[in-house]
Design a protein around this ligand. Sequence first.
Ligand SMILES: CC(C)(COP(=O)(O)OP(=O)(O)OC[C@H]1O[C@@H](n2cnc3c(N)ncnc32)[C@H](O)[C@@H]1OP(=O)(O)O)[C@@H](O)C(=O)NCCC(=O)NCCS
Length: 173
Amino acid sequence: MASSSSIDFKKMTVHILNDEDDLSSFECKNKEINDFIHNEAKQFQNERLGVSYIFSYEGKPVGFVTLSMADLRKGKMKSEDRLVIGKENYPALQISQLAVCAKLERKDIGTELCNFSLGKAYNFSEKVGCRFLVLNAKRDVVGFYEKYGFKLLPKQEERREPVMFLNIFDKKY
Ligand SMILES: CC(C)(COP(=O)(O)OP(=O)(O)OC[C@H]1O[C@@H](n2cnc3c(N)ncnc32)[C@H](O)[C@@H]1OP(=O)(O)O)[C@@H](O)C(=O)NCCC(=O)NCCS
């Protein structure tokens, strides 16, 4: 658990981004993500490229994550991480733009965003195939995702944003 959590998660609400949302005051530490949230997220969602979820606390947006469909190529994984079943591409749920407002970092909100995404992946997996969570990690947050249980795909050294994955049935929720 991150240090001195003062967040009462029972008071946290989550909703899907809508036209009335004003996220102009939301600032995380990553400028690229802020740009997406401020300028692109609504259009992205209108085009059905990704649905964004807003986490609010005491009436203010404090967390953000975009979910979309993806797949994970078996051939890119270490043999120990592959499933026994013979499928070349595993269905997955993609996490992107996961962000916590800078003033409230290290209070477990990022973990809450991952838990939420994992919960969605479990739910989806009962209706459509979904076995992994995947994401492209900013280099400085690889450790955060590793703590949660994500693994790096091999040979990601050259990539600006290495691919990470989590087998959703390896994680207790
Ligand atoms: C990365 C981010 C989402 C983490 O959110 P957070 O709410 O501060 O994370 P949590 O409080 O849930 O931290 C969970 C654990 O990860 C650790 N952690 C947090 N950020 C970390 C980082 N950048 N590197 C390594 N470990 C990290 C915490 O110390 C905590 O460890 P503990 O359980 O041992 O105490 C947040 O820093 C952020 O929004 N960053 C800017 C946007 C960004 O880069 N997003 C990632 C896009 S790929």
